[in-house]
Design a protein around this ligand. Sequence first.
Ligand code: ZN
Length: 166
Amino acid sequence: MELITHNLVAVIIQILCFRYFIFPLSIILTIIFAYISHLVVDALAKITYHTADAHTDDKFWVVWHIVIYSISLVSLIVFIVPFWLAILFANLIDITDWFILRPIRNWRTETQADSSKRDLWYAHKQADWIRDKFFFWLPNWNHKYVGVSIEIIIIISLSLIIFFII
Ligand SMILES: [Zn+2]
């Protein structure tokens, strides 16, 4: 799912861990749950609008991404202090897969013919596993505009939870 969704889940995790566990368990559990949350949220991303490639010729895609990137940035600015720990670990997989492993893979694609082992190290493979194992019954709306409303409902619900527990 989108950055803001991961951030909101992370904030809830850190609030609850720091409220119900003492140091250092509060920090350790925040890190563990935040990391796992990314996998679960991404596994659920199946029911949200999420195209693998950029569809810059599609007006709907462009408008949605301007909106979602903007509010993702706002969520980062609003919550980074004091929730940076949970936010960092809730987005760690995206950081490593997209900004470290993907550039390496693209570079290797150009240099080696065997592509079968290329994707093996992506942490998102774990999200794929959770999706296949637990959420196989959910419809795939990755290319359906209706998936946007699902993500908006999730974002509003998470925001309300934060509002009431903070
Ligand atoms: Zn991800």
